[in-house]
Structure formats: C-alpha cells, structure tokens
Design a protein around this ligand. Sequence first.
Ligand code: DX5
Ligand code: ZN
Length: 223
Amino acid sequence: MTVKIAPSILSADIMNLERDVKLAEQDGADLFHIDIMDGHFVPNMSFSPSIVEGMRRVTDKPLDVHMMIDNPDAYIKPIAEAGADTILVHAESTKHIYRSIDLIKSLGIKAGVVVNPGTPLETVKELFPVIDQILVMTVNPGFGGQSFIPGMTKKIQRLDQLRQTAADDNFEIEVDGGINNETIAKCAHAGADIFVAGSYLYGHDNIKERIDGLKSLAVDAKK
Ligand code: DX5
Ligand code: ZN
C-alpha cells in the first residue's frame, strides 16, 4: 500500500483557506482531511458541512471528512452530495455504526470508522470486511496541536495484523493526531497508510519540505 499525506485544514489559516489548500496541493498533499465538530461529541466546534462544498470548488484532491458529531447519520447525505470522497464516523458517536457505514456506502463513496484512543479495536471488528478505512485516533479528538499518545503504536500494529489475517479485509489504516517527523515513522512501521497532519504542516513557511520529509520517513519505515 502507498503512503498518503492528508493535511488537516483545521490548522490552516481560515481567512486564507483557499490559498492554504492550493499551496498544500501543489506541495504534494495526496488528500485533504476535514474535521467537522459540534461542541457535543467533542469539546470544540469547527467547520459545518458547507465547508465540503467550498473545498470541492478549490481542489480536485480527495476530501476525507472526519465527523466528530452526535447523530452523524443526519449529515451524511448532504456531505456526500457536497463532494466528500470518504466519510469517517466515530464508532462511539452512534448506536448503529453498521447502519451509518451502510448509509455512506449507499451514496457511492468510501466509508470509514474512527476509534478513539480508549476504544478497543474489537468494537469495530465486524465492520472490517465492509469498510474502506479505519482511522485510529492518536490523540483525544477535538483539537489540533496535541501530543501523540505513544501506546497507539501498538494498537496500529494489532490492527495491521488483524487486517493481514483475513483475505477480504482490505481497508486502509489512517492515523490522526500528533503526526510529525518524530512520530510518523513509528506509525508507518506499525502499518499505517494515511497520515493526517495539521499543526506540523500549517503555520510554517516550508510546507513542501515538511510534506516531502514526512513522506520519505513513512516510505522508509514501511520497507
Ligand atoms: C483532532 C483532529 C485532527 C487535527 C490534527 O481531533 O481530528 O484532524 O487537525 O491536528 P494535529 O496534526 O495538529 O495533531
Ligand atoms: Zn481529524
């Protein structure tokens, strides 16, 4: 599997979002990560679903939408219609995660499930054959700029092992939170494929250098 870098626009300059998206695109971003937060499921608010429509107008790169909201099902269709390529729903945010995944897939886009640091992988194991991505939170969700939780490396490794044991489990493993030049290699070595990075990429002059650096560290660690 290939290495993909997904800048999280949560750390972009909101007043210059189009500029920041185009810059990251030309500097090697493989997809964009969009955090939707409601102030209930997580203790912070961010973008509303309309951000997806705006992002779709300024980039052709895949849009990876991370839903950190209660009652996610109500927003899945509008977000898919606005141009999302993948919608990721937290296992902890809905009583019927299988239904949410079915709904996303019925709209013809990729579906992913997200697990918080304290959520065991066993909670989502039955979804493995039907999902496209599993997002392992490597910080508690809600804010950019937090430190990577070291114990999550083992969790990624266990997930990769589980994936390898079943022929029909073809999902990509995504990591989100505290990804930088010190943590990316550990995650890649453990089996992650998609790396979300917010504060490490945005707010610095040398975004191209940082994306290239992250990619080569991950590629080397995967060998
Ligand atoms: C946190 C969000 C992340 C956030 C990551 O809840 O899901 O996508 O933007 O930010 P960094 O890379 O700064 O930890
Ligand atoms: Zn996220």
